[in-house]
Write a protein that binds this ligand. Structure first.
Ligand code: OXD
Length: 344
């Protein structure tokens, strides 16, 4: 799919003076007003010839939507899309687009959707490896002992020699795979289509075996750590269910940096409660913020972080937008183009 050309600076039909270049109307929406203003400042610095307006609430966005040709958005109130009659391009300010792709989302005809790719891999890989190392080095126990001034020797657990199964081998999954290999782990993984044993898929480097969705439970019995980076689609919703937990090596760890609903909530609670699962590091949830009364908070073998593994920091987002805007203006394919039918 190509971006609709913006037709910059063309000569007027009579061959006279060139028309002044167009200025795109851009609406920047982020629910956090400070983040909105920080990003708006950087966009104005980096990008010339845009009329940028900002909003942080649906009420503030409503009168601005109809004029917007481009929306830069995070947690955008999707029902307003029905009023975005001039919209040609929506740049999601994050990796996931599950809130924007359902059949109920009123997309204006001809508008394209892009997401951020190629930015979050290094962040999320440090999150995953950092938390796994912290568990192996017993950091919570060390801090607790330190608070008591207690000298309590123990043998740390190493990552080397263990197997990490990564469900989702996009740019984020592959960034995690590279770091895991550097720590001496064996990496196996899941992507939509399997790769025959002994063969390599283009771009999938350092992954010993790649399973497809149809045969993925087979990879679980080898996994010491299961990492989920999957987007939420009808195919992945509830994919990790009670049967999947039963297949995992007893005592395996789970890390979820994709979407909460890829996990079946009750099955996860049971697997953690019974210690079938050694523990979990969770950055994404069925509902965010995770309600204070949620039973996960009271399980000792769970690390809970508030959706911070791959932050959309303003300098990165401004760079992604500036790069894609150049392509948009030139009518070239946009980076991170989403196939709304597939859902990613
Ligand atoms: C996401 C993100 O999509 O944080 O969850 O980018």
């Amino acid at each position: 799919m190509r971006a609709p050309s913006a037709g910059d600076g063309r000569r007027s039909p009579g061959g006279a003076a060139p028309r002044p270049p167009r200025r795109e109307r851009v609406l920047l929406y982020h629910p956090n007003p400070e983040r909105t203003q920080e990003l708006a400042g950087l966009v104005r610095e980096k990008v010339r010839r845009v009329d940028l307006v900002t909003a942080s609430t649906p009420q503030a966005a409503r009168p601005l939507v109809a004029g917007a040709e481009i929306i830069l958005g995070w947690r955008f109130p999707v029902d307003l899309l029905g009023e975005a009659t001039r919209l040609r391009w929506f740049q999601q300010l994050g990796a996931g687009v599950d809130d924007l792709v359902g059949p109920e989302v009123p997309w204006p005809a001809g508008a394209v959707l892009t997401r951020v790719t190629g930015v979050f891999g290094p962040w999320i890989a440090e999150y995953v490896l950092g938390h796994l190392l912290a568990q192996g080095q017993r950091v919570p126990q060390v801090l607790a002992a330190r608070a008591r001034r207690a000298w309590e020797p123990f043998i740390p657990e190493r990552l080397a020699g263990k197997t990490m199964a990564i469900a989702g081998l996009g740019d984020i999954g592959l960034a995690i795979a590279r770091r895991a290999r550097a720590f001496g782990m064996t990496v196996i993984g899941l992507r939509r289509r399997a790769v025959a044993a002994g063969r390599r898929a283009a771009g999938v480097v350092g992954v010993k075996r790649v399973y497809g969705l149809d045969a993925w439970p087979a990879m679980l019995s080898d996994a010491d750590v299961l990492v989920l980076t999957l987007p939420l689609t009808p195919e992945t919703r509830g994919l990790v269910d009670a049967a999947a937990f039963r297949r995992l090596k007893p005592g395996a760890w789970l890390v979820n940096v994709g979407r909460g609903a890829v996990l079946e909530e009750q099955a996860l609670l049971e697997a953690l409660g019974s210690r079938r699962l050694g523990g979990a590091v969770l950055d994404v949830f069925w509902q965010e913020p995770l309600p204070a009364e949620h039973p996960l908070w009271s399980l000792p073998n769970v690390v809970i972080t508030p959706h911070v593994s791959g932050p959309s920091v303003a300098p990165d987002m401004a760079r992604v937008f500036a790069r894609n805007l150049k392509r948009f203006r030139a009518g070239r394919p946009l980076l991170g183009l989403v196939d709304r039918a597939k859902g990613y």
